[in-house]
Design a protein. Structure first.
Length: 597
């Protein structure tokens, strides 16, 4: 299994600095592990991962900052295979059981349908509006009560409770008010009540079905519950084995990576070539797709006024960047009093250069110029360009909280016509969703629960099993049809539409995480500003106007008190600077992301 990708430019080390421990490779990061676990937990998230990375193979993958999208896709495909196999087995039990029981099992489909409709009415929001919650509540409990009533009636029929012809809990078994012609006392034919159709009584069961059929229906329900428990147990075993923190770094031993299929293997190699390359092929509407939410974007322009005390020298974009880069790299050096075991994430700060190119115009995805020589040519030309579609950036990245909180700052310098333009575009990838982070707890709780607890969990999911199985198999059929008829393999290349990392992010972080974001950004922005100031001064130009504009922008930025509400933060929610458009489905300033995938 290959996890190679286009390497970033080498990071120089400073004499006397303690050696920094090697950073965790993207394919083994905690963010990657949690996203892989999320594909087993959330079918909606899994479907979107597969649609973006597997179905739409003409789309170039979004930059994968701190994680490996190919490994997430591998587990998404594996999780879907598991789901389809279990859905087929459960639906087969329903079909065979309905036939063998003479239709007894089919009577349970009505309450199951109500449960499925209730889930659809409620929607996937964490807090749906009242007009959704109220009808969903009624439908859910009507389905539960109906299923329980039918189950009790089946138990009574199984034990021969109606052999003497007596009724059980119903007044509809006595037809004394009806004459032999089927007329009631008023001369009108008796009409069955709706409840007789939806909720048959035990006497109805005893008249229509034999005790052995009732027993067979109960056995089928037990088998369905066992399948449901086995499916959950399989998920728990995956979390304890290949997705455990101890075994996950061994990507070569991951069964999901070894899956057969020419399409998957081809796309896996392609994704690993593209996702960490310094050349970024983008869609015009989503240039920073994959970097997260835009956060206090700066666009600053100052006039280069000669300093009468100094001799002016030529100043180029490359000259300014070379002044900035050493100052940024010094952020890796820990305090001399901190010792060599300091864990500050700035020690793993990455500084490289990237070039943005539009994906439009390519004939095939393989034509994207990812070869190192081609990138060097683009970088050499783009660094001094005024830029429209092709843009050169200095990229500074800090992966905090085990690569769950990723801060990326794109810096661009341009000098023309006696002006210097500075663009700083910070982006923040928020932590992984809470339910994905709790996957280990969920799996551990199920594995170590007693038999009664596992049985109760499985039995509670039997009523909705038929609807879930039908939905899973239906989505599989639709996907196969789209794959066969969509023509994606021959489609023109396109930029990324979304980032699977952004899809798996929470809407807001904690107070500690906001403090770290502020610390990373303030440190980087201060070093960038100092580098530009030094470059201007060394070239013989005045720095007063530049310093004043930096002060004005800084005073209007977000501080910790203004950016936090109730110990959580939403990236850039109170920022005063304008924001650029973020890529894919990343949350905009002050907006909510699609946390449910």
């Amino acid at each position: 299994m290959s996890t190679s990708y286009v390497p970033q430019q080498p990071q120089p080390t400073h004499a006397g600095a303690p050696p920094a421990p090697p950073p965790t490779p993207p394919h083994a990061s905690e963010a990657t592990r949690l996203l892989c676990a999320g594909t087993y937990l959330d079918s909606g998230y899994r479907d979107r991962v597969i649609e973006q990375l597997h179905l739409n193979e003409q789309r170039i993958v979004a930059p994968s900052l701190g994680f490996d999208a190919a490994r997430v896709l591998a587990h998404a495909l594996r999780a879907r295979r598991h789901e389809l196999l279990w859905a087929g087995a459960i639906l087969g039990l329903w079909i065979v059981g309905a036939a063998l029981t003479g239709g007894l099992l089919a009577t349970f489909l009505g309450p199951s349908l109500f449960l499925a409709i209730a889930s659809w009415v409620r929607g996937s929001a964490d807090r749906p509006p009242l007009y959704r919650r109220a009808p969903a509540f009624l439908l859910r409990w009507w389905g539960r009560i109906g299923f329980a009533w039918l189950l009790v009636a089946t138990l009574v029929a199984a034990f021969g409770g109606n052999d003497d012809g007596s009724s059980y809990g119903s007044s509809y078994d006595s037809y004394d008010s009806y004459d032999s012609s089927g007329m009631d006392g008023s001369g009108f034919a008796g009409t069955p009540d709706l409840s007789d159709v939806l909720l048959p009584t035990s006497s109805d069961m005893g008249e229509l079905f034999e005790p052995w059929q009732a027993w067979l229906a109960l056995v089928v329900f037990v088998l369905i519950a066992l399948c449901t428990a086995a499916q959950r147990g399989q998920f728990a075993r995956v979390l304890a084995a290949e997705l455990s923190p101890q075994r996950f770094p061994d990507a070569a031993g991951d069964p999901a990576e070894q899956a057969e299929g020419q399409r998957f293997q081809r796309l896996k190699d392609r994704i690993r070539l593209e996702q960490h390359a310094p050349l970024i092929m983008y869609h015009e509407a989503r240039p920073f797709c994959g970097a997260g939410a835009a956060y206090e974007t700066w666009v600053l322009a100052v006039e280069l006024r000669p300093d009468g005390m100094k001799k002016q020298q030529p100043i180029s974009n490359r000259t300014v960047l070379e002044k900035i880069r050493p100052l940024l790299e010094q952020l890796r050096l820990p305090s001399e009093y901190a010792g060599q075991s300091v864990r500050d994430r700035l020690r793993w700060l990455e500084v490289d250069e990237c070039v943005f190119l539009p994906a439009e115009g390519l004939g095939r995805r393989e034509e994207a110029p990812y070869h190192p020589q081609a990138f060097e040519e683009h970088r050499a030309r783009a660094v001094e360009e005024g830029a429209e579609k092709r843009r050169h950036f200095l990229r500074i990245r800090v992966g905090g909280w085990e690569e769950e909180l990723v801060v990326t700052v794109f810096v661009r310098i341009h000098t023309q016509g006696g002006m210097l333009m500075l663009e700083i575009a910070p982006h923040v990838l928020l932590p992984v969703r809470a339910d994905f982070k709790d996957a280990d707890r969920t799996a551990h709780r199920f594995r170590h629960n007693n038999v009664l607890g596992k049985a109760a969990w499985a039995v509670a999911r039997v009523p909705g099993s038929v609807a879930r199985s039908l939905v899973a198999l239906g989505k599989g059929v639709v996907y196969a049809w789209r794959l066969l008829t969509g023509g994606y393999a021959a489609a023109l290349p396109d930029g990324p539409a979304l980032s699977v990392r952004e899809l798996g992010s929470v809407r807001g972080g904690s107070l500690f995480q906001e403090m770290d974001v502020q610390r990373y950004l303030k440190s980087i922005q201060d070093r960038v500003a100092n580098g530009v100031k030094a470059a201007i001064a060394d070239a013989g130009y005045q720095t007063g106007e530049f310093v004043q504009k930096i002060v004005n922008i800084s005073s209007g930025g977000v501080n910790i008190e203004g950016g936090v509400e109730g110990s959580t933060f939403a990236v850039g929610s109170h920022a005063s600077a304008s924001s650029s458009t973020t890529g894919g489905d990343a949350p905009q300033k002050g907006s909510d992301s699609d946390g449910n995938g």
